[in-house]
Design a protein around this ligand. Structure first.
Ligand code: SF4
Ligand code: SF4
Length: 370
């Protein structure tokens, strides 16, 4: 069992700093400290897409007070870390505290023979540090159900590698979860802090609905932190692929929760593209064309909302989207249903369409599992 500190933090105020201070019981004197926020896209703080600037500021301040030398490193899905930092005001915080924002730079291949899918990974040289702090955001995720501590480290993967990984694992949620755990094994953070003050539910991680969950969590084990948070938001380990695969691989850790009792009221609303049942996951893998047509959820572009930024074309790992008359068009014969396009659309112009049969079966499966 690993300790997870969880406390009610209702607003982005001084309570954030008080919580963060209690997360750091280690000596950081003279150490370089990588702070890895979730900067999925350049969004303002109220969007709930990114780790809130107040959390980032508190973490940087505490590290400095403890004698450490923090820097920020992140590779957003689209755009630069500096732009993302400017959009939410983190650039000003960093310049006031004399903290550098780094991104990209050189990559070097490292090996991990105990991994399952990815035994080698190009990791950023600029992100090397004596101590790593992951600042995760509590959000739903179209493929993984939830994005918490373990998934946050995917942001340190070289962009073209990320695309290959998406393409290689395709729609197979379990394979994708294996891959995320592989990535985590390369860049194991020493400390994970989760911003759950205002998170996101529905069609996250970028086009869902902000929701006040009113808590923060922290642990030296991201697996333990994730297992505690999954329960708080009313989900089952068996339905969240990272949790399920972590158990299979023997890396899952139970949480020994210390701090407050957190009650969020009602279960988090999961994305339309996601169904937690492993049984349904197996049906999804069926490759007969008819079964695909009957069961698949698919991305659909809402042309009226589309501003032709072509983020979706840039990110699509299957090269299934191309421009036609200045608008993107999806070739469903190539689409692997990874929903990366949905994730990076700034206008929520990509909807997730589910067949009637799929919605009907999901409801039945969910009911039977209760
Ligand atoms: S669908 Fe979204 S991401 Fe794609 S071009 Fe339109 S606005 Fe941009
Ligand atoms: S069209 Fe969207 S869902 Fe389909 S492969 Fe491309 S990014 Fe993934």
């Amino acid at each position: 069992m690993e300790k997870v500190l969880i406390r009610n933090v209702e607003n982005y105020d001084l309570k954030v700093y008080d919580f963060v201070k209690d997360c750091f019981d280690m000596d950081l004197k003279g150490k370089s400290v990588l702070v890895k926020p979730n900067f999925l896209l350049a969004k303002d703080a109220s969007s709930a897409v990114i780790t809130h600037p107040v959390v980032i500021e508190a973490v940087l301040k505490v590290i400095i007070e403890k004698g450490g030398k923090p820097f920020i490193y992140e590779i957003p899905s689209i755009g630069s870390a500096l732009n993302a930092a400017k959009k939410c005001g983190v650039d000003k915080i960093c310049s006031d505290l004399d903290v550098e924002i780094k991104e990209l730079g050189e990559f070097e291949f490292v090996e991990n023979s105990s991994n399952v899918h990815f035994k080698k990974l190009a990791v950023p040289v600029a992100a090397k540090a004596d101590f790593i702090v992951s600042l995760a955001k509590l959000k739903t995720h179209s493929l993984m159900g939830l994005t918490l501590g373990v998934k946050n480290m995917f942001g340190l993967v070289k962009p073209d590698n990320r695309n290959q990984m998406h393409f290689k694992t395709g729609r197979d949620r379990d394979a994708f979860a294996h891959m995320l755990i592989d990535v985590f094994n390369f860049v194991k953070p020493d400390l994970t802090i989760l911003d759950g003050v205002v998170g996101m539910e529905g069609n996250g991680p970028s086009n869902g609905v902000p929701r006040k969950f009113g808590f923060m969590a922290c642990s030296k084990s991201a697996f333990a932190l994730d297992s505690a948070v999954v329960k708080i938001v009313g989900q089952k380990d068996s339905e969240i692929p990272i949790q399920r695969i972590a158990k299979e691989r023997g890396v899952y850790e139970e949480a020994e929760v210390v701090g407050d009792h957190v009650y969020i009221g009602k279960t988090i609303k999961m994305p339309d593209s996601f169904t937690g049942s492993p049984i349904f996951g197996k049906v999804q893998k069926i490759s007969y064309p008819l079964a695909k047509r009957l069961f698949d959820a698919k991305p659909v572009i809402v042309l009226d909302k589309c501003v032709s930024c072509f983020n979706c074309i840039k990110i699509c790992p299957a090269k299934a989207i191309s421009p036609k008359d200045k608008k993107p068009v999806i070739d469903y014969s190539k689409c692997i249903k990874c929903f990366c396009c949905h994730e990076v659309c700034p206008e929520d112009a990509i909807k997730i369409h589910k067949t009637y049969l799929r919605r009907f079966i999901e409801k039945r499966v969910k009911r039977s599992l209760k």
